[in-house]
Each structure stands twice: as C-alpha cells, then as structure tokens.
Design a protein. Structure first.
Length: 465
C-alpha cells in the first residue's frame, strides 16, 4: 500500500506487520465539533477499516485534549471547572461520531496522563533538552530546540521560517523556537481548577508533550502511523517529534499522514466569518451517512469544499449505493423463495479495482466510483443475473460499503416460508384484478411484521424495514 509520508515528502510503500499501530490527534474539547474534525475522524477510521479488511490487526488511538487555554477560557467565562467543559464536549463529540458510523477505538484524555507527562519532562531536563524559567507561581519548562539537530525536518521549514511562526513569545526563552513542556499556573488556571502539582510548582502540561506521552504509553515507540490535519504539521507535530525523539533516541513514528482542509463555499472555516459547520447540524438535515460519503468524495490530500448542494448530492449517491445493495439482496431472496434459479447474465467483479484504488494513496473518490460501477451493473442485471452472480455481487458491494463505513447493521431480505409465499402470490393476483383493497391489506400485514413489499415489473420483491 502507498501513502504520502509527510516526513519523506513523497509516496512511500508502507511496510506493515500483522499489527498496525495508529495514533491520530483528536479534538480539543471546548466546543461542538465541526466538519473539519469529521474529515479527520472519518478518513482515519476508513483507513483502519481497509487495513483490517487487508488482514491487519489495528490498534487505533485518537486522543482528547481536555487541558488547554481554550477550555480554560470558556470555563472561566462560564464560572465552571475546565474538566466540566471538556467532559461535556467529549460526550457531544461521541454522539457525533456515532452518527458518522466511526468504530470504537482507544480514546485517552490528557488529564489521565499527568504523572507520566511530569516524569517525561523531568527526563528531558536531565538529558539537557529542556530548561526552567521562573514565573510568578512556579516555573515554566521549555524544550530547547537547538539541542535537537533534526528540528524542522517534518515541516520542511527553514530556521527563519520556524522563528517567524512561533506563537509563544517569552523574552526569557533561550531561543525563539523553544516551546513549552510545562506551564506554571496562572490566575485563570486556578479559577478553572486546571492545574496539577509538579516539581515546578502548580501548573499544567504544554500542548505538544501530551500527544508524545499518550502515544508512547499506549502504542510504544516507534509506532506505525501518526495522523492529523495539515494544520498540525507545524508546530504541533514538529514539536511532538522533537521531544519524542529526545526522550526515546529513535524516530517515534514510521509514517506521518496528514489530510487537507475543509472549506465552506470556497472559504476557510472561521468564527470571524461565521461559517463554522457543526457535524450535528449537517447530520440533522441530511444524515450521518450523507456527510460521511461527502467527506470521502475528495482525496485526503486535496481540499474538500462543503456546500448544501454537495451534501445533498452525496446523500443521493449514498442512497443509490444502498438501494443497489438492497436490489441484489431482494432478488436473491426472491430466487431462493420461489426456486427460480436461472442461467442469466454475469455481473462482473469489481473488487480488484476497489482495492487498487485504496492501495494507491488511499484514493477514496476512485473507490467510490468503482462502487457505483458495480451498483450500476447490479441494477441493470437485477432481473437477469443468476443467483450465484447476484450473491457474489451483493457480497462485494456490501464489503466495499463496510470498508468505507457506509453500511451498518444491514439486515438481509428473508427467504419466505410457505404461508408468506402464498400471501405474496395472492396479492399479485389481487393487483392484476385491480382489487387494491386486498393488495393493500396484505401489504400492511407484512409491513406490521417489518417486511416492506416492493412492486416491480417482474413481480413482488421485499426487504426488511
């Protein structure tokens, strides 16, 4: 399988063992999650599904940042504790990803790893990679970038660019590029009760050290794939790599994979523009599967532009696939119910083309196009293909939809017993005689049992509601 590795700046052939360990940076839990978060979550969930389909055992980790300036600021403004705010929005995030059909994974919280973070910061000081700076309520601890030779390799930024991009101005830093490992508590930290005892006084971890510790504690070092949005390459992942390498003496990650941004009607999402699109708002209007389909309809390294028109189109495309799956399933149930084996058309296999699309830099739009080609073949041959061909086509499309996360809890159309067969035939006779009250009554009998009857030009078919 090929993916674009941010470190090597090129497509690489992944060398993966039976077990694949993946860490993806998750949300900072201070507000409802938006469709930019959803793209990241859906992408790596789908990658995980594909790797499992290919026979790998995947350990998937996506963290929650529950200690952060934005959380603390919101807590102070609302007169609450920081962990109350983060717990609320973690719970809301989990509701959102359930709608997006995201598989369960390991979801650590920063607040559960404070002792390990403190221990790691102490080790970095002892190894000469970090230093302390006196503050009002204790000490800040900074990672000293010049002590690490390979800094900037992941982002590819020059020394001057790295200095220009710093967002932590502090005249007491030894170098402009140095970044915080531990922050001495300030007034707002005490107000929001977002501080912890440490050798440097009350304080809290810096953002970057959190992921280094959670990933290494759960997955070990090195692990296989580190994922995230492109906005995290610098400074977050650059700093994460530096401190992890300094701690463990090896490259902490084998492959770095980043997805591009989501725009809205061609503009970057931002609060100032008022165009933040929350996951739940899209789900309420169009359903989780429509949003998931849309998020997979653009290549992960390309921008994805969101609009109402595009999500409506995505919903239609998703429903076309689902209906095609159901068409094959209904015909299989019909043939098995009435013993109508036939030597009919052959529906070609598209599985190799599907796999090839995903093996080649995880080309999800191409994979979706392959699925639609299979669906089209099912629909055009539904009433002429043989049973074996229909069964293989159903299994292929169901497998593809499962890999893409576009089907869940699908219930097969049942093979009918003798009494139900008789009622179906009775209804068909009633329809031919235009005795629609009888036909409707029989249809409602089935509906009350959760079976939907479908009238086609080739007779009655059915599926489970």
């Amino acid at each position: 399988m090929k993916l674009f590795d941010t470190m090597q700046k090129r497509l690489v052939d992944l060398e993966l063992g039976d077990e694949v360990r993946i860490y993806v940076c998750g949300i900072t839990a201070y507000d409802y999650s938006h469709i930019g978060h959803a793209r990241n979550v859906v992408l790596f969930d789908t990658l995980r599904r594909f790797l499992e389909f290919r026979g790998h055992r995947v350990i998937m980790v996506q963290n929650f940042t529950d200690i952060d300036d934005k959380i603390i600021n919101r807590a102070v403004s609302e007169g609450r504790k920081a962990l109350e705010i983060s717990s609320l929005f973690i719970e809301e995030f989990m509701r959102d990803v359930e709608e997006l059909n995201v598989k369960e994974c390991i979801r650590p919280k920063v607040s559960d790893y404070i002792p390990q973070i403190i221990q790691a910061v102490q080790r970095l000081i002892e190894k000469g990679y970090a230093y302390t700076v006196e503050k009002e309520n204790g000490e800040d601890v900074y990672f000293h970038v010049p002590a690490f030779d390979g800094y900037g390799k992941l982002s590819g930024l020059s020394t001057e660019e790295l200095k220009k991009h710093r967002i932590e101005p502090d005249p007491m830093k030894k170098d402009l590029r140095d970044f915080a490992l531990w922050k001495a508590a300030k007034k707002e930290d005490f107000e929001a009760e977002s501080y912890f005892d440490s050798p440097w006084g009350p304080g809290r971890p810096g953002w970057h050290i959190e992921c280094s510790i959670m990933s290494s504690e759960i997955l070990g070092t090195p692990f296989d794939i580190h994922g995230g949005g492109m906005d995290l390459i610098f400074p977050h992942h650059e700093n994460e790599r530096a401190q992890s390498y300094a701690l463990h003496g090896v490259e902490p990650v084998r492959y770095w994979v980043h997805n591009n941004f989501v725009t809205v009607n061609g503009e970057k999402m931002s609060k100032s523009l008022g165009n933040i699109i929350r996951i739940r708002d899209v789900v309420e209007r169009h359903g989780g599967m429509a949003l998931r389909y849309l998020l997979l309809s653009a290549h992960y390294r390309h921008p994805l532009d969101y609009s109402e028109e595009r999500v409506v189109e995505a919903k239609r495309s998703y429903e076309y696939l689902l209906n095609s799956l159901r068409n094959a399933d209904m015909e299989i149930a019909y043939l098995k119910t009435f013993g109508g084996e036939r030597d009919g058309d052959e529906i070609p296999s598209f599985m190799d083309a599907f796999v090839e699309a995903l093996e080649n830099d995880f080309n999800t739009p191409k994979a979706l196009a392959v699925m639609h080609e299979l669906a089209s073949n099912i629909n055009s041959r539904q009433f002429s293909a043989g049973l074996n061909s229909l069964e293989r086509a159903f299994e292929e499309l169901h497998t593809m939809m499962d890999v893409m996360g576009l089907v869940r809890d699908y219930r097969r159309s049942p093979v009918l017993g003798e009494e139900d067969r008789s009622r179906v035939l009775e209804r068909e006779v009633a329809r031919r005689k235009r005795e629609f009250d009888v036909a409707d009554r029989i249809r409602d009998e089935f509906k009350n049992r959760g079976i939907v009857l479908v009238d086609t030009k080739h007779g009655t078919r059915w599926y489970l509601a």
